[in-house]
Design a protein around this ligand. Structure first.
Ligand code: FHN
Length: 427
């Protein structure tokens, strides 16, 4: 098997990026949470499981899948406007339907739908043109359509399943197609976990041999799980639980997959959108603890990213346009911030970015326990670099900065503290 050459650290661009777009798109966008007139509880892409839809019934959705409004360039434009630096899209989710052209099954978007196009190909071209990295989500364990995939107990006799055969004769050849036919694939985003450490190892070695630069998500599984550390198994980084932000910094690479409402795949009646302010503050919180945010959109069956999610993303993008310096390439700060503190800190060597969520009513911003952790030389507003903010030390090593009466940005006003010599070991 020929191999590609890896240049440098495969994680370097990912650490710089900090913010990516997750896309859950598949046949489940057609029922959009409703089956035979009933609203099915749970996340949209799980409808086949939650409603126990037989394979033969669910398959019929393919004939109705014609996302004629799909425009890869538009999706990439939205991601870029939102300030996102990479996209991860479902190539195959648990329902087993392949959103790419594959020789392994006709149950794919090119061969089984009236649409007949390969959206992953179109996306990979659009991403390449626009300088965005592209990754694929691939459900390596659960597959409710394939007789040897896991999870479908309502159609198949589980005792007759041969998972290892499925992994070797179906999953691996499909991954090879994805890695070979779609240009450089930045990430393979495995999910749930691979059933045994041996199979996880086999999968990892296979991907590495074929494409050494591809980052592998933590949910590939395998490796040693210890109770006190978040788990990355054989992956290149830790994937946190869905929507779970840790309460303190983690000195390893990690990412939170997050929904914009309460589902990943499109659900017509889920309108519980997070506000732009909440997303910005969560992104800041995540970067202040050293992680990445992978924020989900669930496009419709017609191929559009729902307008309410676009509206939120564009607002987030506007904030990032003004304050991106404090996010991209930034990481965990050397300060311990109280969990309920009205600010967060992100950090680059020589620069501390104070993100103020709750503007002080008395014009005095108190940064707790900063003495000995940071050595500020000057303080100013990121968006108004010429302003100089006076500051002093108080009490047990608190830094008190005198700030203008009003915040520049009600979501998060960023103050830059420039240091003298960056402290060793705190980056
Ligand atoms: O079961 C999936 C779910 O549908 C979704 O894809 C999320 C995204 O992180 N992962 C699994 C649950 O953790």
């Amino acid at each position: 098997m020929e191999t590609l050459h890896i240049q440098g650290d495969r994680m370097a661009w990912w650490r710089e990026a900090r913010f990516g777009m997750f896309i859950h798109w598949g046949l489940y966008a057609i029922p959009a949470g409703v089956w035979e007139g009933r609203c099915i509880p749970g996340i949209g892409e799980w409808i086949m499981y939650n409603a126990r839809i037989p394979v033969k019934e669910y398959e019929k959705l393919a004939k109705r899948f014609n996302p004629f409004k799909f425009d890869a360039k538009e999706w990439v434009r939205i991601a870029k406007m939102a300030g996102m630096k990479y996209i991860v899209i479902t190539a195959k989710h648990h329902d087993g339907f392949c959103m790419f052209d594959t020789d392994l099954t006709d149950y794919n978007i090119v061969k089984a739908t009236p649409f007949g196009r390969d959206p992953l190909k179109e996306l990979s071209e659009a991403c390449r043109e626009e300088g965005l990295r592209l990754g694929f989500y691939y459900s390596q364990t659960l597959d409710w359509h394939h007789p040897d995939g896991m999870g479908n107990f309502w159609d198949y006799d589980l005792s007759k399943q041969e998972f290892t055969r499925y992994l070797r004769e179906y999953v691996k050849p499909q991954l090879e197609e994805l890695l070979r036919n779609y240009g450089p694939i930045a990430i393979l985003w495995f999910d749930i976990t691979t059933p045994t450490p041996e199979l996880a190892r086999e999968l990892k070695d296979f991907v590495r041999r074929l494409s050494p630069e591809t980052i592998i998500s933590g949910r590939i599984g395998g490796g040693l799980r210890t109770p006190s550390t978040p788990f990355k198994g054989l992956g290149d980084y830790i994937t946190m639980g869905d929507n779970q932000i840790p309460d303190r910094r983690i000195d390893d690479d990690w990412e939170v997959p997050m929904t914009l409402n309460d589902t990943w795949g499109y659900k017509s009646y889920d309108h519980n959108w997070k506000t732009p302010g909440r997303i910005v503050q969560m992104l800041v919180d995540i970067v202040s603890k050293g992680g990445n945010l992978l924020l989900n959109v669930g496009p419709t069956a017609e191929g559009e990213i729902p307008k309410p999610s676009v509206d939120v993303l564009l607002e987030v993008g506007r904030w990032l346009k003004n304050n991106g310096e404090s996010i991209y390439g930034a990481g965990a700060a050397p300060l311990d911030v109280p969990i309920d503190g009205p600010y967060r800190c992100t950090y680059k060597p020589g620069m501390v970015y104070l993100h103020v969520f709750g503007w002080p009513w008395d014009g005095r911003l108190r940064v707790f326990g900063a003495k000995g952790r940071i050595e500020p030389r000057s303080a100013s507003l990121l968006r108004e670099p010429s302003t100089t903010l006076p500051w002093e030390w108080e009490g047990e090593g608190d830094l008190v900065i005198r700030v203008p009466e009003k915040a520049l940005d009600s979501i998060d006003t960023v103050i830059i503290l420039k240091e003298g010599m960056p402290k060793k070991g705190l980056a």
